[in-house]
Write a protein that binds this ligand. Structure first.
Ligand code: TXA
Ligand code: MG
Length: 386
């Protein structure tokens, strides 16, 4: 279609400046006013912002991220007053905004015509939120209008939770990263579609289902609404990742290598999906290491630790929830005190470091699926799906 950005074209190389808030706030506001993109810290993850009401500015977001035009953007508001200008606001939505804003809750509501089609990807709804991050708020106050901002990563990759992460994703493609330090929550906002007084959680996040239940019946996805980051595979490290218990995974790998003499990652893991339950998790999603072990080995398996050997035949990393991670080549701990908030804040950084460690496989331990655990498990499942 004429006038649409060509996302396949390599965006022109820019010098990406990283600046702190002292000089960055006015510089970011000026870039937004000039129709440019700029990476900004929010309380969830870093966003790549552009003038939400200017289609040509928002087009640069899609271009920098290699994002398909079918994936709509979240509109971030400078103040609650803007909400009625961009969306039709029902009583339930109004109460949610009143209670949770500014904060990590995105509302999907019927749109108004002020919002460009490019932002909503032609949908009749618009996603809106108000960030509580003081630097983000200061930029929006200085700019004075809504800012469209997806997470500041290339499409399908792990969301950035620090300025360095943004540079790793988008360096050379954007002019400015405003450095506000690490993000407090570390996972993206909860997205809720409000319809007929019911709340449909399209993406789990820092505002939990339990908290939302006070404002209406909480339901899952709705037929016909493409879920955010709708693809099964998203938030993906390049290294294959499976969800499983560390001890069981290590045992499986040891047996597999012994029984087959094979090297590398056991084929059953390459597709990402394994089976069998542990700690009460659904059988189809959590791997306890017993799936697809080759026929029983005629000789007892010697007690060698293949993972820790001098020349390991497979390099395996662990994203640990509760294990010490003995024998793994690289271990990242979500939270040594099993605190789900700390785990969420560490999740993406830990996934990035594991991905950079030159591993053949990442084992991610499941976390309890209550409160913020639902958001963490949703990301791990997407990282595991290929
Ligand atoms: O925490 C966050 O929400 C971060 C920060 C920067 O605000 N933003 C963020 O944006 O995560 P993004 O684009 O990476 O994820 C937003 C998701 C997308 O997967 C998109 O498909 C979905 O929201 N979305 C946007 N508008 C929608 C709509 N009208 N209906 C359903 N889903 C929508
Ligand atoms: Mg994203």
């Amino acid at each position: 279609m004429a006038g649409q950005p060509d996302c396949k074209r390599e965006p022109k190389r820019l010098v990406t400046q990283v600046v702190g808030p002292a000089e960055g706030i006015s510089a970011a506001a000026a870039l937004l006013a000039a129709g440019e993109v700029v990476a900004l810290p929010t309380e969830t993850v870093y966003g790549l912002g552009a003038a939400a009401l200017e289609a040509s500015a928002c087009a640069k977001i899609f271009e920098a991220k290699d994002r398909p035009l079918s994936d709509p953007l979240i509109v971030h508001l400078p103040s609650r007053d803007w909400l009625d200008q961009v969306a039709e606001v029902c009583e339930t939505a109004s109460r949610l905004a009143e209670h949770f804003w500014p904060g990590p809750l995105t509302l999907v509501l019927p749109r108004r015509s002020l919002v460009p089609d490019l932002v909503t990807a032609g949908e009749e709804t618009v996603a809106v939120r108000m960030s509580s991050h003081p630097i983000f708020q200061a930029v929006l106050q200085a700019y004075g209008k809504p800012v469209a901002a997806p997470s500041a990563n290339r499409f399908g990759r792990i969301s950035p939770t620090s300025a360095e992460d943004v540079v790793a994703e988008l360096g050379g493609r954007i002019p400015l990263v405003l450095d506000g330090g690490p993000c407090a929550h570390g996972v993206e906002s909860t997205i809720v579609l409000v319809r007929e007084g019911e709340l449909h959680i399209l993406r789990h996040g820092p505002v939990t289902a339990e908290e939302l239940a006070r404002f209406g019946t909480v339901r899952g996805r709705v037929a016909g609404i493409s879920a955010p980051g709708g693809l099964a595979s998203h938030y993906a490290p390049r290294t294959p990742l499976v969800i499983g218990e560390a001890h069981a995974a290590a045992e499986h790998l040891r047996k597999w290598h012994h029984a087959t003499g094979g090297t590398g990652v056991p084929p059953v893991l390459v597709g990402g999906r394994c089976s069998v339950s542990a700690h009460g998790f659904p059988r189809s999603e959590i791997w306890d290491g017993t799936a697809a072990i080759p026929p029983a080995s005629p000789t007892p398996v010697p007690p060698v630790d293949l993972l820790a050997g001098d020349r390991p035949s497979v390099r395996v990393g662990l994203l640990s929830w509760r294990s010490a991670g003995k024998g793994f080549q690289h271990v990242e701990f979500l939270s040594k005190t099993q605190d789900l908030r700390e785990a969420a804040a560490n999740l993406y950084g830990a996934m990035r470091r594991l991905d950079a460690a030159g591993l053949d496989l990442i084992i991610a331990e499941p976390v309890p699926e209550t409160g913020l655990g639902a958001a963490i498990m949703e990301r791990l499942r997407k990282a595991a799906a290929r």
